[in-house]
Design a binder for this molecule. Structure first.
Ligand code: NDP
Length: 253
C-alpha cells in the first residue's frame, strides 16, 4: 500500500494491541507510538511486553500500559475485569488491533485432533470475541474508534491442510462484518487486515523450508496498519484489506 501518513497521525490516540510482544503486533505497537499514540500492550509473555514498553519509552513520553493475558485460558469474567481495570487507567480506547493468533497444526482435516481444533478456536475466535465484547464500552467512548481484526488469505479461500486456522480466520471475517453492521451508525468502524506472508515466527513454523529473505518484514506492511488507525480511514467499515495486495498466497518462490 502506498500511504504516506502525517507524522502526527495518531497524536492523542490510545490504542490497544494484542499479541504486542512479538511479530506483527510488536511492530504495530512501536509504529503507532512513533506516530504519536499512547499504547496498551496485551500479550501472554510479560518479559516481551516489558521489552516493547522500554523501546516505546525511548521514543515517547506517554505512559505505556501492559496487560498480561493468556488468550488460551481466558474467560469472559477475566476479560471484563481487565477492561474495568483498564478504564481506571485510560479514559477511552481509540483503537484496538486484535492481532494475537495461534497457527495450530498444519494437517489435513481428517487428522486434526479435537484438542488442537479447540485451542485454535479459543485463541483466534472465542478469546477475540470475549475481549472485543469487554472492550467495546471503552471503544465507544472515542469519537472515532477503530477496531481491526487480523485475517489471512486462508480466511477468504479455504486451502488444504490449513484446518482450524483457516476456519478460525473465516470466523474472524464474519465477526468483523457483523460488528461493522451493528455499529454502522455509531463512531466505530470495524475492518480486517490480511497481512500476507510476513517474516515472523508464525510464518516460519508454517513454511519452514521457505527463504525468509523473500518475505516482507512486519515493518514493510505497517502503512495499512497506520491507515486503519488514523483519520484517513474514518469512513471505511466492514471491509477486509490486504497489506500486500499483489502477493500470491502460499510459499515465497
Ligand atoms: P507471531 O507468532 O510472530 O506472534 C503472535 C503474537 O500473538 C505473539 O506476541 C504471541 O505471544 C501472541 N499470542 C499467541 N498466543 C497467545 C495467547 N494464547 N495469549 C496471548 N497472546 C498470544 O505471529 P505473527 O506476528 O506472524 O501473526 C500476527 C497475526 O497475523 C496473527 O493473527 C496471524 O494469524 C496473522 N497472520 C500472519 C501472517 C504471517 O505471514 N506472519 C499471515 C497471515 C495472517 P508470545 O510472544 O508470548 O508467543
Amino acid at each position: 500500500m502506498h500511504y504516506q501518513p502525517k507524522q502526527d497521525l495518531l497524536e492523542q490516540r490510545i490504542i490497544l494491541v494484542t499479541g504486542a510482544g512479538d511479530g506483527i503486533g510488536r511492530e504495530a505497537a512501536l509504529t503507532y507510538a512513533r506516530y504519536g499514540a499512547q499504547l496498551v500492550l496485551l500479550g501472554r509473555t510479560e518479559s516481551k511486553l516489558q521489552a516493547v514498553q522500554a523501546e516505546i519509552a525511548a521514543i515517547s513520553s506517554a505512559p505505556t500500559h501492559i496487560v498480561t493475558l493468556d488468550l488460551l485460558h481466558t474467560t469472559p469474567e477475566q476479560c471484563q475485569t481487565l477492561a474495568e481495570d483498564l478504564a481506571t487507567k485510560v479514559p477511552r480506547l481509540d483503537g484496538v488491533l486484535q492481532n494475537a493468533g495461534l497457527l495450530g497444526d498444519i494437517a489435513p482435516m481428517a487428522e486434526l485432533s479435537m484438542t488442537m481444533w479447540n485451542e485454535v478456536m479459543q485463541v483466534n475466535v472465542n478469546a477475540t470475541f470475549m475481549l472485543t465484547q469487554a472492550l467495546l464500552p471503552l471503544l465507544l467512548k472515542s469519537n472515532a474508534g477503530s477496531l481491526v481484526f487480523t485475517s489471512s488469505s486462508v480466511g477468504r479461500t479455504g486451502r488444504a491442510g490449513w484446518g482450524a486456522y483457516a476456519v478460525s480466520k473465516f470466523a474472524t471475517e464474519g465477526m468483523m462484518q457483523v460488528l461493522a453492521d451493528e455499529y454502522k451508525n455509531r463512531n466505530l468502524r470495524v475492518n480486517c487486515i490480511n497481512p500476507g506472508g510476513t517474516r515472523t515466527k508464525m510464518r516460519a513454523s508454517a513454511f519452514p523450508q521457505e527463504d525468509k529473505n523473500k518475505l516482507k518484514t512486519p515493518a514493510d506492511i505497517m502503512p495499512l496498519y497506520l491507515y486503519l488507525m488514523g483519520d484517513d480511514s474514518r469512513r471505511k467499515t466492514g471491509m477486509s484489506f490486504d497489506a500486500q495486495p499483489n502477493r500470491k498466497p502460499g510459499a515465497a518462490e
